[in-house]
Design a protein around this ligand. Structure first.
Ligand SMILES: Cc1cc2nc3c(=O)[nH]c(=O)nc-3n(C[C@H](O)[C@H](O)[C@H](O)COP(=O)(O)OP(=O)(O)OC[C@H]3O[C@@H](n4cnc5c(N)ncnc54)[C@H](O)[C@@H]3O)c2cc1C
Length: 489
C-alpha cells in the first residue's frame, strides 16, 4: 500500500474519504489546474471567489494532499524563504505594504477556514528558534537577531527570550535562549488540504483524482490540451501547481530542484510529560542549527519533529520512505536501541533526544517524508504568461504552507488582471517563464552541491555537538558551511 504519512494515517475521517472519480473522457474548462495540493486548491478557491462563473478543473495524479501538502510539519508561516530578498527590492510605503501582505497570510488562512468551517486545528502560538544543543547556537541566534534588526524587523516581529522566559515556553536540554516570532501558527496539514478541497468543490470546481497529466500539448491561448490516461482537458489557461513534481512535466521541470524533508512522531504524550516539556501555547519550534530542524505539538498531543533531507541524483521525486516502526518499539524483539539511532529516521530521533532527553522511553510511532522544490533563485514566484495562457507558482523551498496562499492569490490577480497591491509585488511577474526563472544546472552539479552541503552542515553540527572537538576543526567546518550557505541562498 502507498505511504500517505502520519497526518492521513491518524485521521480516520481522511483515510476513509471517498476518492473522487478519475477523468474518463475529454473535457473543456476555462482554467485547468494540475495538482490538488495547497497551491492548486488556493488558486481554484480565489478564482471562484472573484469570478464564480469561471469553469475550473483540477487534475490530480494521485489523491488530494498526496504531495507535500499532506505530509508537512504544519508550520503555517507569515513569512517565506526568500522574502527578505524581495523586501529589499522595495522602499518606504511599498516595502511596508509587502511586509504586511506577507505577515497577514496567517490571518487570511484563518479567515477562510472560519468562513467555510474548515477545522484544521489552527493554533496561532508563534515560533521559537531555540539555542540549545551546543553553546555556539547562542551566538547563532544573536547574529540572526542583529540581522533581523538591520532589516527593520522590530520587537513586534521578533524578540529575544532569555533563559527564564524560554523555560516558561519549553523545557529543552541545554536551552539557553530563543528568538520568538508571533508570525507562525500550527495546523493539521491534511485537514487543511482536504477541507480546502471540499470548499472548492462546493464552489463548483471539478476535481479529478488519480488523473496524472502525462503530456501537455501546445501552449497557446485556448488551445492547451492536458493529456491523461483516459481523457484530456482543454483549457485557455493552465496552472501547473505541482511544486516538487515539476520535473515530471517536461521542459518546465528544469526550473525546480526536488529535495526531501523527513519527520518522525512520538506516541501521544501524557499530561505529565507535557507539563514537563511545555509548549502549552503550541508554539512551533526549531533549534538554531543549519540542519533545518522543525517541530510542533500535534493536535493529538504528540511531538512531531523533522529535519532537512536529501536530494536524489537526477532530480528524483520520492514519496516512499520505508519507516520501520518495529525498530523503535522497545517491546518488539526486532527492536535494537542502536539501530533506532541509524538511518534517516534514526538521525531525527537522535536530534529529538538531544533536545528532549525526557522522551527516551517514549515510542516513535511514525516516520514519513515528502518532496518539496527549490527554485534556482531560492525564492518562490507567481508568474503569468498571458500569451500562452500559463500560470506558475511554487519554489517555496520548504516554507510553502502559508506561502501557497499568498502566491495563489497573486497568480489569480495576475490571471484576472485585477488591479491590486499583490500584482505590484516583486514576486509577481507578467512575463514568459523563461524570462523570469533560471534553470538548474545539469547533473552532477546539483547532486554534488546539495549532497556536499548536507554533509558539511551535518559535519559542522557533529563537531559542535561534541564537547571535545578541536577549535580549528570547528572553525574550518563553520567557514565551509558559511560559504555553502551563501551559495545556496
Ligand atoms: C516533509 C515536509 C515538511 C514540510 N514542512 C513545512 C512546514 O512545516 N511549513 C511550511 O511552510 N512548509 C513546509 N513544507 C513545504 C510545503 O509542504 C510545500 O511547500 C507545500 O505543501 C507545497 O504545496 P503545493 O500544492 O505547491 O505542492 P504539493 O502539495 O506537493 O502538491 C502537488 C500535487 O501535484 C500532484 N501532481 C504531481 N504531478 C502531477 C501530474 N503530472 N498530474 C497531476 N497531478 C500531479 C501531486 O500528486 C501533488 O498532489 C514541507 C514539505 C515537506 C515535504
Amino acid at each position: 500500500m502507498k505511504e500517505r504519512g502520519f497526518w492521513f494515517d491518524t485521521e480516520a475521517k481522511l483515510t476513509q474519504r471517498t476518492i473522487l472519480p478519475a477523468l474518463q473522457h475529454d473535457i473543456a474548462a476555462d482554467i485547468a489546474i494540475i495538482g490538488a495540493g495547497y497551491s492548486g486548491l488556493w488558486t481554484a478557491y480565489y478564482l471562484k471567489q472573484y469570478q464564480p462563473n469561471l469553469s475550473v478543473a483540477i487534475l490530480e495524479a494521485d489523491t488530494i494532499g498526496q504531495g507535500a501538502s499532506g505530509r508537512n510539519g504544519g508550520w503555517l508561516m507569515g513569512s517565506f524563504s526568500g522574502d527578505v530578498a524581495y523586501l529589499n527590492q522595495l522602499q518606504g510605503e511599498s516595502r511596508l505594504m509587502a511586509k504586511a501582505l506577507i505577515q497577514q497570510i496567517i490571518a487570511e488562512v484563518a479567515a477562510v477556514c472560519a468562513k467555510h468551517h474548515i477545522d484544521c486545528d489552527l493554533h496561532h502560538g508563534g515560533n521559537l528558534r531555540v539555542a540549545a544543543r551546543y553553546p555556539e547556537q547562542l551566538a547563532n541566534i544573536q547574529a540572526e537577531l542583529a540581522q533581523w534588526r538591520r532589516q527593520g524587523f522590530g520587537e513586534a516581529d521578533i524578540r529575544w527570550l532569555d533563559k527564564t522566559e524560554l523555560d516558561k515556553q519549553v523545557s529543552m536540554a541545554h536551552g539557553q535562549a530563543a528568538l520568538y516570532t508571533p508570525h507562525c501558527a500550527r495546523i493539521h496539514p491534511a485537514k487543511l488540504v482536504c477541507g480546502l478541497a471540499d470548499v472548492v468543490q462546493n464552489l463548483g470546481v471539478k476535481i479529478f483524482e488519480q488523473t496524472p497529466v502525462t503530456h501537455i500539448e501546445h501552449w497557446g491561448a485556448a488551445q492547451t490540451r492536458l493529456h491523461t490516461p483516459k481523457g484530456s482537458a482543454r483549457a485557455a489557461i493552465v496552472v501547473p501547481a505541482v511544486e516538487g513534481y515539476l520535473r515530471q512535466l517536461g521542459e518546465l521541470g528544469r526550473f525546480t530542484l526536488p529535495v526531501q524533508s523527513l519527520l518522525i512522531a512520538t506516541e501521544p504524550l501524557t499530561d505529565e510529560m507535557w507539563q514537563d516539556i511545555g509548549l502549552a501555547n503550541r508554539a512551533t519550534f526549531s533549534d538554531a542549527s543549519r540542519i533545518v530542524t522543525y517541530g510542533q505539538r500535534s493536535p493529538d498531543n504528540r511531538l512531531i519533529f523533522g529535519a532537512r533531507g536529501g536530494y536524489g541524483f537526477g532530480a528524483k521525486v520520492r514519496t516512499e520512505f520505508g519507516f520501520n516502526r518495529e525498530c523503535f518499539n522497545a517491546q518488539s524483539p526486532a527492536s535494537d536501541p542502536q539501530s533506532a539511532l541509524k538511518g534517516e529516521f534514526g538521525f531525527r530521533y537522535q536530534l529529538l533526544l538531544a533536545l528532549f532527553p525526557q522522551l527516551a522511553d517514549v515510542q516513535i510511532t511514525h516516520g514519513w517524508g515528502g518532496t518539496l522544490a527549490l527554485a534556482r533563485q531560492f525564492a518562490p514566484h507567481a508568474i503569468y504568461d498571458k500569451n500562452v495562457g500559463l500560470g506558475l507558482i511554487g519554489g517555496y523551498g520548504g516554507e510553502g504552507v502559508g506561502a501557497a496562499n499568498l502566491f495563489a492569490r497573486t497568480l489569480v490577480d495576475l490571471i484576472l488582471a485585477r488591479d491590486t497591491p499583490l500584482t505590484t509585488m516583486p514576486w509577481a511577474f507578467n512575463a514568459p517563464i523563461q524570462q523570469v526563472l533560471t534553470p538548474w544546472e545539469p547533473e552532477p552539479l546539483p547532486w554534488l552541491a546539495y549532497h556536499g552541503m548536507n554533509k558539511i552542515f551535518a559535519w559542522e553540527d557533529r563537531l559542535y555537538s561534541r564537547p571535545k572537538s578541536a577549535a580549528w576543526q570547528k572553525g574550518l567546518a563553520k567557514r565551509l558551511a558559511n560559504k555553502l550557505e551563501g551559495l545556496m541562498s
